[in-house]
Ligand binder design. Structure first.
Ligand code: SIN
Length: 321
């Protein structure tokens, strides 16, 4: 029997980037442009892919700092399409590193796939002296072809991370991602998977509801959800300004255990009084907010501020008419 196919969906990023002068690629002032090469091109010269049943499709071509609702909606639709095809074993998505964790978490919540959806990337552009993209792609395809692999995962620098935990933690190193306290799900070593814990499952009975809401609402009409930081001197002025501008949800990236200055907390409670949905996270890189009886603002369970923002966005979208 012919082996099932892997679909590689391109969205841009440094993995598809080019430098005007390859010798300079990745130097201090980043003299390269992300999202230049089409996904077919990224796959074409990789010897390990010769003879493998790979299909490529370009969904977007963006630097992921510009990622947003329009690409997310299109990506969710193309993933759902391919995941529903019995001939497809899994998907690989090429993506920029900067917002990879947000896209991965978004897809985790709206797809909760029983097949692997592997998001991969590169820290160096495709024409760098020693690009990391080809190896990451080879590893990502190996994971997508692994027996039993499932869920939305990120593969970078030989590590396999779950969508709920993965975060970019370094602006320059090739192993720029971490799963924090949880650690990676697996390592990819010479194409073999050394698994440490189970594949991700979106523990949410609302997958169908969220997917329908994402498909139904035009991206320009998605509710505005913003992140506000607690910091020395945070006085809540920004919260009042955002409420005035029509924000629908706010994530407070609190200090330590999600704590807020008195003035910021008061502003957030005022915002909630006026109908804005408010949750708390922590600006700490590791750990998560431990909720206490009597907390005035609910903590987003185990989510970083950017992922709490995605979760709140999806909640609001699902409740929008
Ligand atoms: C991007 O996120 O698209 C640019 C940066 C990168 O991919 O490393």
């Amino acid at each position: 029997m012919a082996s099932k196919k892997i679909v590689v969906l391109g969205t841009g990023g440094t993995i598809a980037g080019l430098a005007p002068d390859p010798g300079q690629a990745g130097a201090g002032d980043l003299p390269y442009r992300a999202a230049q090469l089409v996904v077919d091109r990224l796959l074409a010269d990789i010897p390990a892919f010769k003879g493998l049943p790979l299909l490529a499709e370009q969904v977007a071509q963006v630097d992921s700092k510009d990622m947003g609702p329009a690409v997310w909606q299109a990506l969710a639709a193309r993933c759902a399409h391919w995941l529903g095809d019995d001939d497809i074993q899994g998907l690989v998505i090429t993506h920029g590193t900067d917002t990879l964790e947000e896209t991965a978490y978004f897809l985790h919540r709206v797809l909760a796939p029983a097949k692997p959806v592997v998001v991969t990337c590169a820290m160096r552009p495709a024409d760098a002296l020693a690009p990391d993209g080809p190896q990451n792609l080879v590893d990502a395809v190996a994971v997508a072809r692994s027996e039993g692999a499932q869920g939305v995962i990120a593969v970078c620098a030989g590590q396999v991370h779950g969508a709920a935990e993965v975060a970019k933690v370094h602006p320059y190193r090739l192993d720029a991602f971490s799963s924090g306290d949880a650690g990676p799900i697996a390592w990819v070593e010479e194409g073999q998977l050394r698994r440490l814990r189970s594949w991700p499952v979106a523990a949410d009975g609302r997958v169908g509801l969220l997917a329908a809401a994402v498909a139904r609402h035009p991206p320009t009409a998605w509710p505005r959800v913003e992140i506000v930081f607690n910091h020395a001197g945070a006085d809540g002025l920004i919260v009042d300004a955002l409420v005035g501008a029509g924000v629908r949800g706010l994530v407070a990236a609190g200090t330590g255990n999600g704590t807020l200055s008195q003035a910021l907390e008061a502003a957030l409670l005022r915002a909630r009084e006026s109908g804005v949905e408010v949750v708390r996270s922590t600006r700490c890189a590791l750990g998560q907010v431990v909720p206490h009886l009597g907390d005035l603002i609910v903590a987003a369970p185990g989510l970083s501020p950017v992922k709490a923002r995605v979760a709140l966005l999806l909640d609001l979208l699902a409740r929008s008419p």
